[in-house]
Write a protein that binds this ligand. Sequence first.
Ligand code: FAD
Length: 626
Amino acid sequence: MPPTKDADKKSIAELVDKYINDNNVMIFSKSWCPFCKKIKQALTSANIDFYSIELDQMDNGELILNELINKTKQETVPNIFIKKEHIGGCDKTLEAMKSGRIAALLNPTESKMKHQKTDNDHLNSYDYDLIVIGGGSGGLACSKEAQSLGKKVCVLDFVKPTPIGTTWGLGGTCVNVGCIPKKLMHQASLIGEYVNDSIDYGWSKLEQARQHDWSKMIGSIQSYIRSLNFKYRTDLRSKSVVYENSYGQFISPHRLKLTDKKGQTKEITGKNIVVAIGGRPKYPDIEGDKKYGITSDDLFSLEYDPGKTIVVGASYVALECAGFLHGIGRQVHIFVRSILLRGFDQQMATRIGDYMSAIGIQFHQQTIPIRLECLEEGKPGKLRLHYRQTLESGEIYESYEDCNTVLFAIGREACTHDLNLNKIGIHINKTNSFKIKTKQEQSIDVPWLYAIGDCVDEQNMPPGKMLELTPVAIQAGQLLARRLFSNSTIMMDYYNVPTTVFTPIEYGAIGYSEEDAITQFDQENIEVYHSEFVPLEWSICHHRENVKTMSYCKLIVDKKTDRVIGFHVLSPNAGEITQGYTVAMRLGATKHDFDMTVGIHPTCSENLTTISVTKSSGDSVSKEGC
Ligand code: FAD
């Protein structure tokens, strides 16, 4: 670029000042920049008007950029000014929106009055600015965020024991009876597989056949969980969030009755109340289910080896538990009433079932339990599960399977039963697992009551999405607290939420399943690219011979825009793979972007960057070697 004359510099500086002075919100942007798009979207959804210019499309764009660098020492776009004050780039502006700084700049009087009103309100009438019922993933995140915004917060958490008496500490499902112990047990089973692999990698065979010690594993996992419970309690204390280990029930609007484990009660009031009560496993309501059966709420701290286990259900919890129990050497049967992994991509679900059958898990299709009896007391005892099965011919017959443990994993229900929501005029959705219907901003009919996490029956969620996930509850909780207490308007975005099922072969997914994509876009408007591949690390392992070609990935593409709208991968470490691609999907990655991405060789993940066979071509999907 030729040197700029002083006169030019002056007129450019004046031009930049004019843009900044004339516009309340001024964005210096570039048309292709994803951060510029992101901040514009955020401002638009917050109803904040802005003026932007695209420097890459202007003859003097580069001169303006140089002047901005001079003025602000910021070399990147977007470069944002509000009421003449330099805010910064995308992240700093989002932060400023979150903290309420932007609202205060744009509307100083209103913002001041709002804060005064809130402070006076809580001093005059309520014990707390916010009460959160439920100290799980969503509740803890919401309460800590609200406290960090200067609010007086109380969080209630109480675990009702399971029918066989299992209970646990602060932190909710994820920490105690969900993600954390599940993933550690999944790891236990993967380690067993690696030890089998080790022979082909030159390690000598162990002198004695390997034994898996259930009690040792439970001991390690439970002591880790207890350390997390302790950390959560001290964390709340250090942040001055009041923690009540009590069961909360509504008495009237804003007023709750708290009952602790000794049965002692008290009442508290809150200006705002967030319901974050999560869910608990369902039982099939058959004779003996609660007396002799267990659920995932019991499994992760079971003091005795479960032995031969029948898993009833085909939810992701069912398949994950069946997978790790098999992986640590227990005999496992699965009773499936209709399909595997309802709500997930059904081709992927079938492939998971095929893989699990191939490694020796016995599936009983079209089978429902009808009675559970105890043949012999013990830890474990001997149980007999009577069942009814519908054969392919349509014939129905009844039989039984003996085992040591029956694990029911037939779905979960929101813990709304005893909350007394009816006392404040709120109705729950009995047809959808007793969940609470909320609006997009998580509010429930009245302006002071909100719900987040697993107990929510969100009306504005994308179709068929599995959103009972810890990171969803956490983000919803944090965003809600910011909207309530810091003038933020950012809503939870339920699109492109990634998820992984930790079955023996992991399954990661983002966006649409093939079924949902067809419903939403029509078959002729989508293209499905797919590929089978062999993970290199499995290629020399003899014990994996019958499953090594079962890794698979597919991308579902909107033909009109070339955008990837569905991402699916079945492979070792699918969880790790999927997380990274989520960023690309959020930024609107196209199939061309995937093709232009250089892979990391040799990895499973690279297959997503080289995938070229379309389903419509009917060509072979198998791929071996480089
Ligand atoms: P929860 O974490 O369930 O917390 C609710 C809390 O409120 C509980 O402690 C409950 O006892 C308490 N409570 C209920 N009623 C009251 C009341 N009236 N008064 C006081 N306290 C009350 N998600 C993932 O993202 N990844 C995974 O790998 C994963 N694996 C899972 C594996 C299993 C086996 C299960 C069951 C779940 C798994 N999940 C996973 C889901 C995840 O655990 C949940 O989505 C998440 O915990 C939901 O958080 P929450 O805050 O909505 O509710």
